[in-house]
Design a protein around this ligand. Structure first.
Ligand SMILES: [Zn+2]
Length: 421
């Protein structure tokens, strides 16, 4: 039985790997072919200089090459962790530490889960470092210093321990004490936990990484407030965030729920956009709220979570799954195995989630155009964001269909023009 489990896993794992590689290569070829013909979407004519276009092609190609090697490296790490006996060794190591310090059985579980997490974090350091200081720096996007990079990683570890350990303890306790339907209890707990995180993230966690200042008085602020008023969007504040301390890439987002929603604008976005373009971006974001996209996405994810937990509850009583990867059956081993093996399942769900997300983007664009009674600012904002971020102007259609949570800028501009405002 163990061999069959390993075989099925390897088939899915390899298939996922080949699809990733193939799509990436197709995309790179496509971009190179368009570049050799200098064929860019008509909307960018006159909006992007030949130099900027060349730079965006080079950036896309460099990211694609990096993705190729990163993919191969990541796959090798996953195989080593799963098949070298490392998991079994770490479990025994955790058991011996727990015995030595006469810890509760949850002590072993926590040490095991943390050490597996640590293996992946350390293995991910080289790619994270190169991405920041090699790739992003080469194209002028990186603003992170080495000390900030290290501080971020340390804060990440502290958060993982402070938030992750209590979370894990509650899950393990529910698995132990609530009987057959523990997964229903765990589901309720996780949903509650996620809601709590949405509330505490903007006020307690995000300020640890960035500075947030109320957006200063002026035309932009006035415009945003008027816009929020017009569409009936309740907000507890508009903030500017020092995104420029890490990267020149720009962004805007909303956090929180109910009346405590905050609007956050990266300082880079404020610098790079005209007031009209900035307002179009915000009208788009408000569209997501108004049309309940965020709630809908959360519900879809919640359904997946429930199914996932149910599957986990079935696997829990299936010893060959544990022995296939060199582990003894236990609740903590099940949690770790599940998180490692679940990758292929979520991978195949990804394109469907992206399809739904792209539909939402079209709707939010239309909302922005209709709210402003003009599609031009949204269109200009899209062109501006694409050029400033050196985004790929000509992705391969399969690649974008598979990976993009947003339609390509040309697709979005087409749709905005069709909505007739
Ligand atoms: Zn959007």
């Amino acid at each position: 039985m163990e061999q069959l489990i390993v075989a099925v896993f390897l088939v899915l794992f390899t298939l996922e790997f080949l699809i990733e590689l193939l799509l990436n290569e197709l995309n790179l070829r496509h971009v190179r072919a368009r570049w050799s013909e200098r064929k860019i979407p008509a909307y960018f004519d006159g909006k992007i200089s030949p130099d900027e276009y060349e730079k965006s092609v080079e950036y896309t190609l460099a990211k694609g090459r990096f993705a190729r090697w990163g993919e191969i490296y990541g796959r090798c790490i996953a195989l080593v962790v799963l098949f070298s006996g490392l998991l079994g060794w770490l479990d025994q190591f955790a058991a011996s530490i727990a015995a030595q310090f006469s810890l509760h059985s949850y002590g072993q579980a926590i040490i095991f889960c943390l050490s597996v997490g640590m293996v992946f974090s350390i293995a991910g350091l080289p790619t994270s470092f190169y991405s920041t200081f090699g790739l992003e720096a080469k194209f002028g996007f990186n603003k992170t210093s080495i000390s900030l990079f290290i501080a971020d990683k340390i804060k990440g570890v502290i958060l993982a321990v402070v938030i992750g350990v209590p979370f894990l303890l509650v899950i393990l306790w529910l698995m132990d004490t609530t009987g057959r339907y523990w997964w229903v209890w765990a589901f309720c707990f996780i949903v509650g936990f996620q809601l709590l995180m949405i509330v505490i993230f903007p006020t307690f966690i995000a300020p640890w990484f960035n500075k947030f200042e109320p957006l200063k008085e002026g035309e932009l602020r006035k415009g945003i407030l008027a816009l929020a008023d017009q569409v009936g969007f309740k907000t507890s504040g508009i903030y500017a965030m020092d995104g420029s301390k890490r990267s020149a890439h720009s962004n805007a987002y909303f956090t929180g729920i109910g009346k405590t929603k905050r609007i956050v604008l990266f300082d880079t976005l404020i610098d790079q956009m005209t007031i009209d373009q900035g307002l179009a971006v915000l009208a788009h974001e408000m569209g997501h709220y108004k049309m309940k996209h965020i709630r809908r996405m959360l519900i879809v994810q919640t359904v997946f979570l429930l199914i996932g937990l149910y599957v986990l509850s079935l696997l829990l009583n299936y010893p060959p799954l544990f022995s296939a990867f060199g582990l003894n059956p236990s609740h903590h081993a099940a949690l770790v195995l599940f998180s490692l093996l679940f990758g292929p399942a979520t991978f195949y769900l990804g394109p469907f989630m992206n399809l739904l997300s792209r539909r939402h983007e079209y709707e939010a664009d239309r909302f922005a155009a209709q709210t402003l009674r003009d599609g031009k600012p949204m269109e200009e904002a899209l062109v501006n964001l694409t050029v400033k971020n050196l985004a790929n102007l000509t992705p391969h259609p399969w690649y974008s269909a598979y990976h993009y949570s947003h339609p390509t800028p040309s697709e979005r501009i087409d749709a905005i023009r069709q909505c007739g405002v």
